[in-house]
Every structure is written in structure tokens, then in C-alpha cells.
Design a protein around this ligand. Structure first.
Ligand code: GUN
Length: 287
């Protein structure tokens, strides 16, 4: 079985960004800049946000974390986003999810300027993706497409099942695979007899959010399996995915491990998106 090593692919993506960032800096007198907004004290989110900042700095980009208190009002959050939208030194904006319950993510996703949408999750970016003319693609599904491309795994003509229909992963993943000429079925928590779908698929992307939910018996022999899940499992809190990876050896054609599969690609794609937005704003993509 081919192990799809997202850590290696992410490293390669970051290496391509170093000269791009240096060239942007030379032309513009500053590095591409990502502003990250985090609300509240959620410890997992704090770790993600810190890692995003460190990853920016590792390729020569700059990043600011805007930490807002948990009780911040929607108006105050909106005001922060408007300020970042109009700041000429900000190229990319990301509001870390989940937000505290009293805040509305939809409002945030309508407000962030499409020209600064580093996450590719705003209504405008999603609309462009749906229309088949994407600007910035959502980071996790775009990272999956990069892994497949890196390993020369074409999806054209494949029967693909996406398990999960979230706005962050499942829905955009299905659209991107469809755009790459796969025949895509979306399954979800209300799907009856899920494994009858996954067992018929040449490629399965699992983004169900349930630890170790699918195993060997749920997949066709020779299938490609992409695991987007990340959970802490068992008494020692070991990281695991939505798939029982250890069962796939000798059965699947290729699969992503957890950790070290899709996870590292999310941040690498965020950096790519931010760099692209900065170049776009500076007119570097115009012919
Ligand atoms: N929380 C979990 N995944 C993501 C993501 O891709 N973007 C944002 N903004 N928040 C997240």
C-alpha cells in the first residue's frame, strides 16, 4: 500500500513558497501578510492559530493574531473584520472556527472580502467554486487534491464517495473532485447502509468526524482512502483518524495516515492561498 505522506507534500509546497515570498518582498517592500482572528480561549483553536502563525513565518510571510475575548459582540467582531478588509497591509484574513455560540459564522463568512479570503470559505469563494470558476479553494479539500496530484493519482472517471457534507470539507471536496472529472457521491450521517456506497468506490474521502469509524470491510480492495479525521483516542490520547488505518495494509492501493496525512496540507494550502491573494492584489497575476 502506498502511504500518502502529507508531511512530505506540505514540505514541498512550503519550499515552493519561499522563493515566491522572497520575490513578492523584493517587488513590494514587504512580505505577504495573514491576519488571523480568534475568539475565546478554546485550547485546540489556540494551538491551530499559533501553528498557522509559525508556518507563515517559516516561509518568510508575516502574520498577526487578533485574539478577541469570548464575550465579544457580533458588532465588535464585524467591526474587526471590516477594519482588516480595508487595511492595505493585510492580504489574507482567517477567522478561526468554531466561534462561541452567540456569534454567527454565516455573518462572518459574508463579511470577509473575497479578495482577502485566505480560507476560501466565504460565500463568494464558495459561489465561485460551485460555478466552476474558483478563486481561492478551501484549504483542507484543496490540500487533498494536492496530495493526489503529487502522487500521480488521477481521479478522472473514478467512482468517488465523500463521507461528510460540512461546508469546510465535504461539500467543497465533492465540488473539487467533480471538477476533476470524478463521479462523486456525497454520503452523510443520515445515509442508509453507508458501506454499500463506500465499498463500491475507487476513492473514498472520509470527513465524518467520528474516530476510527470505517475499516477494511468498508472499502473495496485496491481503493484509495483519504482520511480527513483527527481525534484523540484511548487512554493515552493518541491521535487517530476516521479510518482504522492499520487494517488497510495489503488491502488498499493508497491511504493517508493520521497524523501526517491530510493535516499538514491544510496549513500549507493556507500559506499558498495567502501568497496568491497578496500577488493578486499586487497585480502579479495580470498578463
Ligand atoms: N476550524 C477547523 N478547521 C478550520 C478551517 O479550515 N478554517 C477555519 N477558519 N477554522 C477551522
Amino acid at each position: 500500500m502506498l502511504i500518502l505522506n502529507g508531511k512530505d507534500v506540505a514540505k514541498e509546497v512550503r519550499a515552493t513558497l519561499v522563493p515566491r515570498v522572497a520575490s513578492f518582498k523584493e517587488k513590494n517592500g514587504r512580505a505577504p501578510h495573514l491576519s488571523v482572528v480568534i475568539v475565546g480561549e478554546d485550547s485546540a483553536s489556540q494551538v491551530y492559530v499559533k501553528n498557522k502563525k509559525l508556518a507563515c513565518e517559516a516561509v518568510g510571510m508575516t502574520s498577526t493574531i487578533h485574539a478577541l475575548p469570548v464575550q465579544v459582540s457580533q458588532q465588535e467582531l464585524n467591526e474587526k473584520i471590516r477594519k482588516l478588509n480595508s487595511d492595505p497591509l493585510v492580504d489574507g484574513i482567517l477567522v478561526q472556527f468554531p466561534l462561541p455560540k452567540h456569534l454567527c459564522a454565516e455573518e462572518v463568512l459574508k463579511l470577509i472580502s473575497e479578495s482577502k479570503d485566505a480560507d476560501g470559505l466565504t460565500y463568494m469563494s464558495m459561489g465561485h467554486l460551485l460555478a466552476g470558476n474558483p478563486l481561492v479553494n478551501p484549504c483542507t479539500p484543496a490540500g487533498v487534491m494536492t496530495i493526489l496530484r503529487h502522487y500521480g493519482l488521477s481521479v478522472e472517471g473514478l467512482k468517488v464517495v465523500v463521507v461528510g457534507r460540512s461546508n469546510i470539507v465535504g461539500k467543497p471536496m465533492a465540488l473539487m473532485l467533480n471538477a476533476a472529472n470524478a463521479t462523486v457521491t456525497i454520503c452523510h450521517s443520515k445515509t442508509v447502509n453507508l458501506s454499500s456506497y463506500t465499498r463500491a468506490a475507487d476513492l473514498v474521502v472520509v470527513a465524518a468526524g467520528k474516530a476510527r469509524m470505517l475499516g477494511k470491510e468498508d472499502f473495496k480492495q485496491g481503493a484509495i482512502i483519504i482520511d480527513v479525521g483527527i481525534h484523540r483516542d484511548g487512554p493515552n490520547g493518541k491521535l487517530c483518524g476516521d479510518v482504522r488505518f492499520e487494517e488497510l495494509q495489503g488491502w488498499a492501493k493508497a491511504a493517508t495516515p493520521v497524523p501526517g496525512g491530510v493535516g499538514p496540507m491544510t496549513i500549507a494550502t493556507l500559506l499558498q492561498n495567502t501568497c496568491w491573494l497578496a500577488e493578486q492584489k499586487a497585480g502579479l497575476h495580470k498578463t
